[in-house]
Design a protein around this ligand. Structure first.
Ligand code: NAD
Length: 153
């Protein structure tokens, strides 16, 4: 069990790739914190993990909200005693003809895929002592090796 007793947050963990990641992490022994806007799907995923013998809790959080994320991460550390892994999976795609992409679509993508990833990573890093690593699975990739140091591409 490669993640035994590691506390792992998976954003967008209620469905799709995030759910697959959450289930796999739990099977590797992680305590999985499923974060999603979709409360019922989030609760279902957490329940599925528990029914398979894993450990999971769900939080309804909008990952574009900086202060909510800060409160949430502090709550996770206070409740679980640690935060080891952050998977920035929540994201959206707006498939449109290039010439037809409008302001609302572009803002929605930037809010979630760019700002959301940054705010989640920042909120997690504020709780770390410098020894953790975050990896994003969205098109934007961010690795944080220590608080106050970040590279993104
Ligand atoms: N599926 C693919 O082929 C593919 C390819 C490349 C990249 N990706 C990226 O991988 C990630 C997951 O893709 P997927 O296909 O599983 O997506 P999905 O739409 O199935 O799941 C995304 C999850 O994120 C949640 N979510 C959306 N907005 C949120 C918010 N503001 N706060 C919290 N949760 C929110 C949704 O409720 C949903 O459960 C995305 O970032 C996507 O851009 C997917």
């Amino acid at each position: 069990m490669r993640l035994k007793d590691k506390v792992a947050i998976v954003t967008g963990g209620a469905s799709g790739l995030g759910k697959a990641i959450a289930l796999r992490f739990a099977s590797e022994g992680a305590i999985v914190i499923v974060v999603d806007l979709n409360e019922s799907a989030m609760a279902q995923t957490a329940e599925e993990i528990r029914s398979l013998g894993g450990k999971a809790r769900g939080y309804k959080i909008d990952v574009t909200q900086q202060q909510d994320l800060r409160n949430f991460m502090e709550d996770v550390v206070a409740t679980e005693g640690r935060l080891d892994v952050l998977v920035n999976n929540a994201g959206i795609t707006r498939y449109r003809a290039f010439g037809g992409i409008g302001d609302a679509d572009w803002n929605a993508v930037l809010d979630l895929d760019l700002k959301g990833v940054f705010f989640c990573t920042q909120a997690a890093a504020r709780t770390w002592n410098g020894s953790s690593t975050a990896r994003s699975s969205t098109s934007l990739r961010v690795w944080v090796q220590a608080p106050r140091r970040m590279s993104a591409s």
